[in-house]
Design a protein around this ligand. Structure first.
Ligand code: NAD
Length: 243
């Protein structure tokens, strides 16, 4: 990949987002390393990318904060130009059986995982269209969004919503050569995973192990690549055969 193409990766300070940022830098992209508040961790990721010979800069904002997201992204695009690609990766889980789920846990998960689709993509899509060149958007759903998961009504709802939004936006952008696809991981070994569920969860994974962030990053990187230009409106699940 050549020509200084820039990809924004949200939630890139750790976990899957960090793995995506590093992988796509190796593939030749410049990267906007987004984080919420862990700026030092994001700066460390940016430094690793720079050591690979690519450009990297850090952007910090809460993806659930619509106004700050818009202001920050518009200023970044004004200063550096429209993105080639965006990976909407930032997300949280706040698990609990539905009768005990607080409104705060419901709202936090829906705002962070689903409203962020609008908050992040709305300011960046029209500048991508105006580039008049191919572009790529990849969203992160989950097996929970495909089939639901006990104790995750909030997360399953938000992640199912991401799939619907992804497919709809893919239809709107297909004629502009901007692909929009979704990656739905199974259980991946990151800070998001609750140790208590791992033993039980392993029984549900035919591969018999958790996935690694780099294994999700490989699929995201493929969808961002030039040869993937005829793949759009798809969901690819990386789950060790779980679903
Ligand atoms: P993680 O907790 O390791 O990383 C999440 C990242 O998102 C962090 O960088 C965090 O700072 C950022 N983030 C969270 N809330 C934010 C906010 N309000 N504003 C800005 N940034 C915010 O989790 P992960 O496992 O790397 O998850 C990455 C994505 O993959 C998430 O969307 C998650 O739902 C999805 N996913 C993960 C798994 C898994 O098993 N780990 C499974 C399915 C889907």
């Amino acid at each position: 990949m050549t020509g200084n193409l820039t990809v924004l990766v949200t939630g890139a300070s750790r976990g899957i987002g960090r793995a995506v940022a590093l992988r796509i830098a190796r593939d030749g992209f410049d990267v906007v390393v987004h984080c919420r508040s862990r700026i030092e961790e994001a700066q460390a990721v940016a430094a690793e990318i720079q050591a690979l010979g690519r450009k990297a800069r850090v952007l910090a904002f809460d993806v659930a904060d619509r106004d700050t997201a818009r202001a920050t992204l518009e200023a970044d695009i004004e200063a550096h130009g429209a993105y080639y690609g965006v990976v909407c990766n930032a997300g949280i889980a706040r698990d609990g059986a539905f009768p005990a789920m607080t409104a705060e846990d419901w709202d936090a998960v829906v705002h962070t995982n689903l409203d962020s689709f609008y908050n992040v993509l709305h300011p960046v899509v029209m500048p991508m269209v105006r580039r008049r060149k191919p572009g790529r958007i990849v969203t992160l759903s989950s097996v929970s969004g495909l089939v639901g998961n006990r104790g995750q009504t909030n997360y399953s709802a938000a992640k199912a919503g991401i799939i619907g939004a992804t497919k709809a936006l893919a239809l709107e952008l297909a004629s502009r050569a901007i692909t929009v696809n979704c990656v739905a991981p199974g259980l991946i070994e990151t800070d998001m995973i609750n140790e208590e569920i791992v033993d039980h969860a392993l029984k549900l994974i035919p591969a018999g192990r958790l996935g690694q962030p780099e294994e999700v990053a490989a699929t995201v990187a493929f969808l961002l690549s030039e040869p993937a230009g005829y793949i759009t409106r798809q969901v690819i699940s990386v789950n060790g055969g779980m679903v």
